[in-house]
Design a protein around this ligand. Structure first.
Ligand SMILES: [Zn+2]
Length: 229
């Protein structure tokens, strides 16, 4: 059984957010509607610890940008499904300063709690958005567990973890296991299989220019072509 886990970042008007890691709200809506109309199972990442339905789709959003939390939850709710948003507790309400000059505002706790109370998943994206492969095991553990506690202090109990930059190593996976997370998300441009390690499930990154036909190509034809190589 496969699950297609899509990775988005910002959701907002191009005039405000530019093209980098952003998608227009209307375009996101066409993506969600496409799968909903085909009766595909649209689940949150935390739901991937259960049995997968054929053709499962999961929409994930890294960093919990202010723009994303303003525009995206409503789109999913209007279609009757939910999504997963990954917050960086050490930066909530601030900016994505790891992006340097391209830093953008991140949602505050209030916006995160609102989405959480409406059934969306707010997951753990580490305390400070560091590359896990660049830090030692003790620091990796802190990045996961201190973030977890900070989220719990705000009434959100995260059930999945998303590796910043998709950066990970064996030690990071072990720390995640020790922290009792059932689901970890990486990158990897591949469709997840239910035989994959659930602590490093691959995701497909969706870009600004990915209109529906390109998205379909990315998640259907391209992985097949890749496998043949
Ligand atoms: Zn991130």
């Amino acid at each position: 059984m496969n699950a297609t886990i899509l990775c988005y970042h910002k959701v907002g008007p191009g005039a405000e957010e530019g093209r980098r890691l952003n998608i227009e709200p209307d375009r996101l809506r066409t993506h969600v509607e496409f799968f909903a109309r085909r009766k595909r199972a649209i689940v949150r990442a935390c739901d991937l610890s259960d049995r997968w339905q054929p053709g499962t789709i999961c929409f994930t959003f890294d960093d919990a940008y202010h723009s994303t939390m303003v525009h995206a939850p409503e789109i999913f709710e209007q279609i009757g499904v939910r999504a997963s948003f990954y917050a960086v507790p050490g930066k909530v309400g601030g900016t994505s300063d790891w992006d340097g000059d391209l830093a953008r505002p991140l949602a505050n706790w209030d916006l995160l709690q609102q989405a959480h109370s409406r059934g969306h998943e707010i997951g753990n994206h580490s305390m400070q958005h560091l590359k896990m492969a660049d830090i030692d095991g003790v620091k990796q553990r802190d990045e996961i567990s201190i973030a977890h506690e900070a989220m719990e202090a705000h009434g959100i109990s995260p059930k999945s973890f998303c590796f910043p930059y998709g950066s990970l190593n064996d030690s990071a996976i072990e720390q995640l296991k020790q922290c009792q997370y059932p689901i970890g998300l990486a990158l990897g441009k591949a469709i997840a299989k239910d035989t994959d390690n659930r602590l490093k499930l691959p995701r497909v990154v969706v870009a600004y220019s990915d209109a529906l036909p390109m998205l379909i190509y990315k998640i259907t034809l391209k992985p097949l072509l890749k496998r043949r190589r």
